[in-house]
Design a protein around this ligand. Structure first.
Ligand code: SAM
Length: 281
């Protein structure tokens, strides 16, 4: 079942957390000359038109990217993140997806492996990546991100950033995510795995972080950003989380310094808060 389309949600509060963490991670990987692989198991379309009918239907970007664009007095890393996005977006009415951010931040020797199953989003992704001139160092495949990840590990460079960002519209995605991390760590224990998940009232969304922590108990970072209190009827996404196995060394400190501002900026009611929980060997 492929009903999820990220175009409806592009630039929302969850993209702010996810893309900020991705940006900090890639910047950290770029500190060393040694090339690395970027693997995106659930890529989406790569670029989104915020004036398009999908983004305009609910206008979620107004409570995400638009707020960040208009913010004043940002801490250093958030200001740098906003500046970077502004630099890499081809036009003001566009917002980037994870593959676009990654192709812009990776270097000539780094490799990208992008997976997207939805036929229309795959086509957009392919066109967008061709536009970005990715051909020499990246592949875009219309294949299953879960299976493809296992087949790629370990990467020849023994350095990799893996983003796992499924739709979670099917409750099996929670189990698939945990299985994917388990299998990936078995094949490539040193990989840096970034996992996004929604904060919902449903049971699976509460238990996923603890399940993931048990898979990488010595070396993880877990962050959640709640933009509002959960609704009494249990409906909707009140925040989102990132679980990172083998996080970059600087990430905990960077998030400690920036999450208070980001949470204040994205808050929708008095229930806004963040969680930062780190374990390093
Ligand atoms: N990572 C993107 C970003 O940050 O811009 C957003 C990705 S979106 C949340 C999830 C995407 O996964 C959707 O475009 C959906 O079509 C795709 N998808 C769903 N199941 C998939 C699968 N098994 N393999 C690859 N892609 C899949």
């Amino acid at each position: 079942m492929l009903s999820y389309r990220h175009a409806y949600h592009a630039g929302n509060h969850a993209d702010m957390l996810k893309h900020f963490v991705l940006c900090l991670t890639l910047a950290y990987f770029n500190r060393k000359d040694k090339p690395y692989w970027y693997i995106d198991t659930h890529s989406g379309a790569g670029l989104y038109d915020l004036n398009g009918s999908e983004a305009q239907k609910i206008g979620e970007y107004r409570q995400g990217w638009q707020r960040l664009q208009q913010a004043e007095n940002l801490p250093a890393e958030l200001a740098a993140f906003r500046g970077r996005l502004k630099n890499i977006l081809p036009a003001d009415h566009l917002y980037c997806g994870s593959p676009w951010l990654a192709q812009a931040m990776t270097r000539d020797n780094d490799k990208l492996r992008l997976f997207e199953l939805h036929p229309a989003d795959f086509q957009h992704l392919q066109n967008n990546m061709a536009e970005a001139g990715l051909k020499r160092r990246g592949t875009v495949s219309q294949s299953d991100g879960w299976q493809s990840l296992t087949a790629l590990l370990p990467p020849p460079t023994r350095r990799a950033v893996v983003l796992i960002d499924p739709p979670y519209e099917e409750k099996q995605d929670y189990r698939r995510t945990a299985d994917a991390l388990k299998n990936a760590l078995k094949r490539f224990a040193q990989g840096c795995y970034l996992i996004w998940y929604p904060c919902l009232s449903r049971e699976e969304s509460h238990t996923l972080p603890d399940t993931l922590k048990k898979l990488s108990p010595q070396n993880y970072l877990h962050a959640e950003l709640h933009v509002r209190s959960p609704r009494a009827d249990g409906f909707g996404m009140h925040g989102s989380g990132m679980f990172i196995a083998n996080p970059p060394y600087l990430l905990a400190e960077q998030l400690q310094q920036n999450l208070p501002s980001l949470t204040g900026l994205l808050a929708q009611d008095g229930g806004a808060r963040f969680v930062l929980d780190v374990q390093t060997a």
